[in-house]
Each structure stands twice: as structure tokens, then as C-alpha cells.
Design a binder for this molecule. Structure first.
Ligand code: NAD
Length: 406
């Protein structure tokens, strides 16, 4: 597996070649402001002591407090967290919200922990880091395998330790703990608004055949939203299985099947395929919504979709990006496509600080024009600089960050 931080820096190198931002500024962005590794000792249910490794990377706060999720995964390590923190800095700038870039994580398989162990671990992460967190310093959120319930434990621990009262230090909280309406759907919906804004410009038909990798928070919501808007979702997958049905999947039934059997496999009327085969299906739009590095040099030449909407973070390696570009496959980059999540996280922070609670309609009415504005500005930057959309997004983000840093 490639080091995701090297991928992120390769993207930075590429953008620096397309537009001159000055050597000093680019050098500054090659390192996070700080990266912190912590050990979290936890008493397990059987009485033994386990020490887990945790992280918080604060990449850049030129635009506002560091912002970014916390990932629980057995493969999580510092380079992954650094890459994700860098992309958060770019993403917040693209979305035009007053937040900087950060990310956190713990190397753990949460499925192997009891609920009590998971709560002690989550509270332990906050105890180690409470000094650097805060509504105007660093505002974490959920990511892969972290949930609103975990955010509720974390914000509770933080408020107990510091006496802070607004709850604005963590976003992605349950509604009853100060969470925002619409946060669950925000990433998938924001991705749809971006796609809809750019669809005609990138030459896609009015009704698209869509393939989605990942059926979790982001992929599952995206599948529902695309289908609701008249597109045909022909294939979906999770970590264990993938299914395809050329004339479209009935997603409600797919969800019930997954709930009942624990897997997508053997869904009536659909064909079982592998995740690798799913990525190579002919379609109008391929939506990776699971993990990084799924489209690489090894399979990029076999991709047959007309366009890719990156809802996952970093699903395409820089080498694969070049191959897709040469093949004429348009890629709507992660820093734009999945920025609806952080935008609604920002709305949650804003509501907490103002002691307000907005309706779901208010939230989505604010989200849509922001996603459309970012999409069109990026399209213009890409066109002006004769480059692809990812570089257009980086150019827009670096312009905004540099202006603030100066
Ligand atoms: P999740 O844990 O809810 O879902 C992940 C999905 O991917 C699950 O369906 C899982 O079964 C599947 N999966 C795991 N391993 C796989 C594999 N090897 N092949 C195919 N599928 C696999 O996570 P999520 O919150 O939906 O996040 C998905 C991606 O979106 C991540 O890259 C995350 O960083 C990114 N993202 C999430 C948000 C958010 O708001 N949740 C915001 C921005 C970006």
C-alpha cells in the first residue's frame, strides 16, 4: 500500500508546477503545524490493561480552528492521519468555511471492543488531548468507524475536564447533544449537489448509471440520494461483497437484505461480483465511498466509467489520476466532492456557539449554494489553468490559504 502522505505531497508538487505560489509557501505546507502521538491505557473488561496508540495532527489553521474527524481502524497510522489532515486544510478552503485542517485517529479494530471498552478508549483519547482541543482551537468530528454516540462521550469528557459549556468542540454529535440536523446525510448529499452542478459541463447524461463502492454512512446515503433523483444505481459493495443489477437495484430492499443477512451477497435478482470487478464496471459515474488507494496504476486502465465522484478520501493514487486523465475520464476530487460533511460540521459548530438549532431545510438550503459555488469556481480554475478538476480545487484552496497566511 502506498503511503497516503506521499500521495498528498505528490499532489502538492503537481499544483506547484501548474501555478507559482512561491517556494516558501509550498515548503510551509509540506509539514503539519504539529503531529501528536499518544498512548491510551485502557482497562479491558477482563481486568487486563491494554495500551492503544492514538493521534492528532494539526495541519494548518490559517483559515480558522483545526477541523477534522477521528478514525478508528486497525491500519490507521500517522502518515494516513497526516494526509487526511492536509486534505482537510484543502477541503475547508475549497468549501470556503472559516476552518483549518486537522485529523485524528486510534489504531484499533473497534468491532473487537465491548461498548464499555470503546467508551473508555474514546474518553481516554480526549483526556490525553484536551489541552489542545477547544471551539476556537481544534474541533474534531467522526470519520470511519466513529459515530455520533462516540462524539457524545467525547464532548461529555471534554466538558467535564474543562468546564466548557457550548459543546462546540466536537461536531457530528447526536441531535439531543447539540448535533445538527442533516449531518448524517450531508456528505452524500453535498456530493450529489456537486455532481449535479457539474454534470452537464463534464458531459454526463441527464440520467446516469451509477456504481458505488462502500455502503456505509457516505455510500449508503449517496446511493439513496442518486436513486431518489432519478439516476439508476446498478452496483454497490461493502467490505465483504459486491452486487450488480444492470436495470437498477431497489435500495430499500438491498438495505433490508443487508440488515437481515449481514451482507450484500446473494441479493435476489443481482449478480455477486468482487469489489475489484465493481470498480471496472461500465457506467456513467463511479463513486468510491469506502477507502483510500482503491484505484491505482494496477487497475486505472481497466476503469470504464465516464466519470468518477470521489466521496471517499484519497481513493485514486496520483499515478492513477494521470492514467484516468489521459483516458478522458473526468474525476470530481474528494476535497470538493465530500466537502458537504465538513460544511455541515461547521454549521453545527456555528449553531452551538450561537445557541441556535436550525431545521434540516435551513441546513440543506445553506449547503446547496455553497457546494454549487465551490464546484463552479473549481471548474473555472481548472479551465483557466488548462488542468483537471483536482488541480483546480488545489489552486482555489491554496489561493485562499495563502491570502490569509500573508
Ligand atoms: P463507514 O464506516 O460508514 O463506511 C465504509 C464502507 O466501506 C462500509 O460499507 C464498509 O463495508 C465499506 N468497506 C470497507 N472496506 C472496504 C473494502 N475493502 N472494499 C469495499 N468496501 C469496503 O465510513 P464512511 O463514513 O461512509 O466513510 C467512507 C469514506 O468517506 C472514507 O474515506 C471517509 O474518510 C470518507 N468521508 C466520510 C465523511 C463522513 O461524513 N462520514 C466525510 C468525508 C469523507
Amino acid at each position: 500500500m502506498q503511503n497516503p502522505f506521499q500521495n498528498a505531497m505528490a499532489q502538492l508538487d503537481k499544483v506547484a508546477k501548474i501555478k507559482n505560489f512561491g517556494e516558501e509557501f509550498i515548503t510551509h505546507l509540506r509539514q503539519p503545524d504539529r503531529d501528536i502521538r499518544i498512548s491510551i491505557p485502557i482497562q479491558m473488561d477482563n481486568g487486563s490493561l491494554n495500551i492503544f496508540e492514538g493521534y492528532r495532527v494539526e495541519y494548518n489553521n490559517a483559515l480558522g480552528p483545526y477541523k477534522g474527524g477521528i478514525r478508528y481502524h486497525p491500519d490507521t497510522e500517522i502518515n494516513e492521519v497526516k494526509a487526511l489532515a492536509f486534505w482537510m486544510a484543502i477541503k475547508c478552503a475549497v468549501a470556503n468555511i472559516p476552518m483549518g485542517g486537522g485529523k485524528g485517529g486510534i489504531t484499533v479494530d473497534p468491532k473487537k471492543l465491548s461498548k464499555g471498552e470503546l467508551e473508555r478508549l474514546s474518553r481516554g483519547w480526549v483526556r490525553r488531548l484536551s489541552d489542545i482541543l477547544g471551539p476556537h482551537k481544534d474541533v474534531p468530528a467522526p470519520d470511519v468507524n466513529t459515530t455520533p454516540e462516540i462524539m457524545a462521550w467525547m464532548v461529555d469528557e471534554y466538558m467535564k475536564l474543562t468546564g466548557e459549556k457550548t459543546g462546540a468542540t466536537f461536531t457530528g454529535k447526536p441531535i439531543e447533544n447539540g448535533g445538527s440536523e442533516g449531518r448524517g446525510e450531508a456528505t452524500g448529499l453535498g456530493g450529489f449537489y456537486v455532481f449535479d452542478s457539474l454534470r452537464a459541463q463534464i458531459g454526463l447524461p441527464e440520467k446516469c448509471k451509477v456504481v458505488i463502492q462502500g455502503f456505509g454512512n457516505v455510500g449508503g446515503n449517496a446511493a439513496r440520494i442518486f436513486a431518489k433523483n432519478g439516476h439508476t444505481v446498478i452496483a454497490v459493495s461493502d467490505s465483504k461483497s459486491a452486487i450488480v443489477k444492470e436495470d437498477g437495484l431497489d435500495l430499500k430492499k438491498v438495505e433490508t437484505h443487508k440488515k437481515e443477512t449481514g451482507s450484500l451477497k446473494d441479493f435476489p435478482g443481482a449478480k455477486n461480483i468482487t469489489n475489484e470487478e465493481l470498480l471496472e464496471l461500465p457506467s456513467d459515474l463511479l463513486v468510491p465511498a469506502a477507502f483510500e488507494n482503491v484505484i491505482t496504476e494496477a487497475n486505472a486502465n481497466s476503469i470504464k466509467a465516464k466519470a468518477v465522484l470521489e466521496l471517499a478520501n484519497g481513493p485514486i493514487t496520483p499515478e492513477a489520476d494521470e492514467i484516468l486523465f489521459k483516458k478522458g475520464i473526468r474525476v470530481i476530487p474528494d476535497v470538493l466532492a465530500n466537502s458537504g460533511g465538513v460544511t455541515v460540521s461547521y454549521f453545527e459548530w456555528d449553531q452551538n456557539l450561537k445557541n441556535e438549532h436550525w431545521t434540516e431545510k435551513q441546513v440543506f438550503d445553506k449547503l446547496k449554494p455553497m457546494m454549487e459555488d465551490a464546484s463552479q469556481k473549481i471548474f473555472e480554475r481548472a479551465k483557466e489553468n488548462k488542468t483537471y478538476l483536482r488541480m483546480g480545487a488545489f489552486i482555489l484552496a491554496l489561493e485562499r490559504i495563502k491570502e490569509k497566511m500573508l
